[in-house]
Design a protein around this ligand. Structure first.
Ligand SMILES: Cc1cc2nc3c(=O)[nH]c(=O)nc-3n(C[C@H](O)[C@H](O)[C@H](O)COP(=O)(O)OP(=O)(O)OC[C@H]3O[C@@H](n4cnc5c(N)ncnc54)[C@H](O)[C@@H]3O)c2cc1C
Length: 374
């Protein structure tokens, strides 16, 4: 029996930032939404995230910006400190109004908790430990075979399953994953009293910085240049990151002892991917990192993922024909996402060449571009 009451149905693969945002945006417009997630419930890695102005603006579109600001740490200034110690503070545009901060730092699990609670509140269902193994595109519907042997027959299939997207392969799209010779580190530390905004420190060989994510916590990031993407034992990470910070002086040196004893350190390869072909096939589409994964340097992958969810729902609202709506969605998103991925790659290269000052104008131009409406 069809219990849908005429509502359109969507299956979203991946309960990350893009998937949960799309779930809320669609459920709010009356879609019946199911989200399947390969990982276990509550398994989000515990490192911090910067939510730039466009992220906050998109979260505001979902009514969630204030919750994120309350759970995180609002700020409006980035201070870039050169290798010679010269500090350049940059005031950031306040995209959600003069009375609210320009951006926020937040712990990833906190952002996921907020996005998930909103999706559930709006009626979306989520299932964990589940993925998709086969997709058959019919006339205006998709039949999905799931890894537990069950099937779903839906009007819309959204692949929000990250940079290594399975859905991308299943719909016949490819995006080579490129490694850029850098590893990024994140360590959770107590927030230093002076860290009321983002600080970046250029060093000889590597660059580092501090981002507050709550009144009591901050994360220290470090980009390690010219290394192979190997895996180090978890038990060695804090000590090794401490060693990499040894050449830094000033405030960067102050956080070093806290990093070396941090219980939460991660190290990830700097990778990018971009789908050059259309992001949809029939009534299936990929969004977020599955379609366009920038490197972390612009701290804007989450912004694109959240915007994708909103814009997708808007286009599906505007156009009854799902296939057409998905094509318009890609057209509307492609250039913005491509610019961001290309800029992040260029910054990674300049960092490797120790040309930090050359990177600043690129970063500023790209942020200005991102400040334009999605
Ligand atoms: C170290 C690092 C730091 C970063 N810092 C920032 C930052 O400060 N600010 C910022 O804006 N961006 C940052 N980014 C980028 C940002 O994390 C991503 O752009 C963003 O998470 C993309 O969201 P997503 O939902 O598309 O993908 P993901 O966050 O990767 O979520 C994908 C989800 O799909 C699930 N999944 C994967 N495969 C399957 C499958 N086959 N079936 C079902 N589920 C599946 C995964 O478990 C996951 O839950 C950073 C990235 C890295 C690596």
């Amino acid at each position: 029996m069809d219990n849908s009451g005429g509502a359109r149905s969507a299956l979203i693969v991946g309960a990350g930032i893009a998937g949960l945002t799309a779930a809320s945006a669609l459920a709010r417009r009356g879609w019946l939404v199911e989200v399947i997630e390969a990982g276990a419930e509550g398994a989000t890695a515990g490192w911090g995230l910067s939510l730039t102005g466009p992220s906050l603006r998109a979260l505001d579109g979902l009514g969630l910006a204030d919750q994120c600001l309350a759970a995180g740490y609002g700020m409006s200034v980035i201070t870039n400190v050169d290798a010679d110690g010269a500090a350049t503070p940059i005031g950031l545009p306040r995209l959600i109004g003069r009375d609210r901060p320009a951006m926020a730092g937040i712990a990833r699990p906190e952002l996921h908790r907020i996005l998930r609670a909103e999706a559930l509140r709006l009626g979306a269902r989520t299932r964990h430990g589940l993925s998709v193994s086969r997709l058959d595109q019919g006339d205006g519907r998709v039949r999905a075979e799931l890894t537990d042997g069950t099937t779903r027959d839906v009007e819309l299939l959204v692949g929000a399953d990250g940079i290594r997207s399975v859905v991308r392969d299943l719909i016949g799209r490819s995006a080579p994953i490129r490694y850029h010779g850098q590893m990024v580190w994140r360590a959770l530390v107590p927030r230093p009293a002076w860290a009321t905004g983002i600080h970046t420190f250029a060093g000889v060989g590597h660059q580092t910085g501090v981002v507050p994510i709550s009144p009591s916590q901050a994360y220290v990031f470090l980009t390690e240049n010219g290394v192979r993407p190997d895996v180090l034992p978890d038990a060695d990470l804090a000590a090794r990151m401490g060693e990499l910070l040894a050449p830094f002086t000033g405030r960067a040196a102050e956080v070093r002892p806290e990093v070396a004893r941090s219980g939460s350190v991660i190290r990830r390869p700097v990778q990018t991917a971009f789908v050059d072909a259309p992001w949809s096939a029939g009534t299936s589409v990929v969004i977020g990192d599955a379609a366009h994964a920038p490197s972390p340097q612009m701290a804007s992958g989450a912004a694109l993922a959240i915007e994708d969810g909103l814009v997708l729902a808007q286009e599906l609202d505007r156009c009854e024909d799902v296939r057409e709506a998905l094509e318009t969605f890609t057209e509307r998103r492609r250039e913005r996402c491509s610019v961001l991925v290309r800029t992040s790659v260029a910054i990674a290269r300049l960092e490797q060449e120790q040309r930090h000052r050359d990177a600043y104008p690129l970063i500023e131009t790209c942020h200005r571009r991102m400040a334009q409406p999605a």
